[in-house]
Design a protein around this ligand. Structure first.
Ligand code: MRU
Length: 348
């Protein structure tokens, strides 16, 4: 099953709000449709958001009917702003849009048609590149998984959150292929239940043993000796290794520390925002209170109750044993390891 694919001039997005009951694809032909899909989490997960946005930019580029280059770039910047305004935390969104936009800008002497094609090619490239990156993250990460491992993960950092294969779930997939995974504990991940709806589903589909738990069961699972390691994804990593991921990741990391369980983050290098010195600078998205007061469209809390709904939290770097990237596993001290990894020529 594809998270997204380009077909007959349209972006088909698997509507993740419908999973696991229904497998339905949204057919997007306009950037506004892609933006709306990102906003309501029909497509979600840091890398997938970035790739979908790049396709959204290509769709927006196609709507321009003129031939004047500067006018085209102005139009493109407006589409870029629209897509960039959808979600604030995952840096992959801004990175992907910037990369695609620059690709068009670079073609200074080419026609508008050539720039339009370049934007579509850039989106295809981001898609293929992410697939390759996830495979490499998986291969590197499998090394930290002990035989017979019981792994706890939070949210969904799987094939559904990327072009395919996944980051945290990529590590789990690679470790499972090596015969090392005894059990994956999937936190349900309130409020939007990405763990229950997506991670449990993805792992079941692949025949990887998975046990679903409510978020508040993680501590007890650890206390009972049921968890050997924790792996989750990232939406943005600061220069010192502080990591923003789905709300609740921080609680899991603190619990793991109390129980002497290693915590790994799995993410592409593109998730590192080296401009931010610490996690305090990472913008944290706050979402609609209805996500907390309701489940599956059904109201649980009394109307009028005050709600706070931050979508992400920041795990300070000192809770992490390593950050698994396509370039290898970064170990503490993270600041130095990150600097070195980002300075290394690509492919190293
Ligand atoms: O709100 P979401 O579902 O987009 O949040 C997703 C996560 O927090 C993931 O763990 C993160 O984006 C990494 S995906 C490889």
């Amino acid at each position: 099953m594809d998270t997204m694919r380009w077909e007959d001039g349209a972006l088909l997005l698997l509507d993740q709000t419908k999973l696991p009951e229904k497998t339905e694809y949204l057919r997007c032909t306009r950037p506004e449709e892609v933006a709306a899909a990102i906003r309501r989490l029909a497509v979600r997960g840091a890398p997938a958001i970035g790739i979908a946005a790049a396709y959204g930019l290509a769709l927006g580029a196609r709507e321009f009917k003129g031939t004047e280059r500067e006018e085209f770039l102005r139009h493109l910047r407006a589409v870029k702003e629209l897509l960039a305004g959808t979600r604030p935390t995952a840096v992959n969104l801004f990175r992907a849009l910037e990369r695609a936009y620059r690709r068009a800008e670079e073609l200074a002497d080419e026609s508008v048609a050539a720039m339009q094609q370049a934007l579509l090619d850039a989106a295809h490239h981001l898609f293929a590149e992410d697939m390759e990156i996830c495979r490499r993250i998986g291969a590197h990460g499998a090394a930290v998984v002990p035989p017979g491992a019981r792994i706890l993960t939070h949210c969904n950092a799987g094939a559904l959150a990327t072009a395919g294969y996944g980051t945290a779930l990529g590590v789990i997939r690679a470790a499972h292929a090596a015969g090392k995974v005894a059990m994956v504990y999937a936190d349900e991940t309130r409020p939007l239940l990405q763990g229950a709806r997506l991670t449990a589903y993805e792992l079941q589909e692949d025949g990887i043993p998975v046990t679903l738990i409510c978020d508040d069961m993680a501590g007890y699972a650890m206390q009972k000796g049921r968890v050997d390691l924790v792996i989750f994804g990232a939406d943005r990593i600061a220069a010192n290794g502080d990591t923003a991921n789905k709300i609740g990741s921080y609680s899991v990391a603190v619990l793991a520390r109390e129980h002497g369980i290693p915590v790994y983050v799995a993410a592409p290098l593109a998730t590192i925002d080296e401009r931010l010195t610490s996690g305090r600078e990472i913008p944290i998205e706050e979402r609609d209170p209805e996500e907390v007061t309701h489940i599956g469209g059904r109201r649980l809390a009394r109307a009028g109750v005050s709600v706070w709904n931050p979508a992400f939290d920041v795990t300070p770097h000192w809770y992490l044993s390593g950050i698994i990237t396509e370039a290898g596993i970064l170990r503490p001290p993270f600041k130095e390891a990150i600097q070195k990894a980002l300075a290394a020529p690509k492919g190293e």
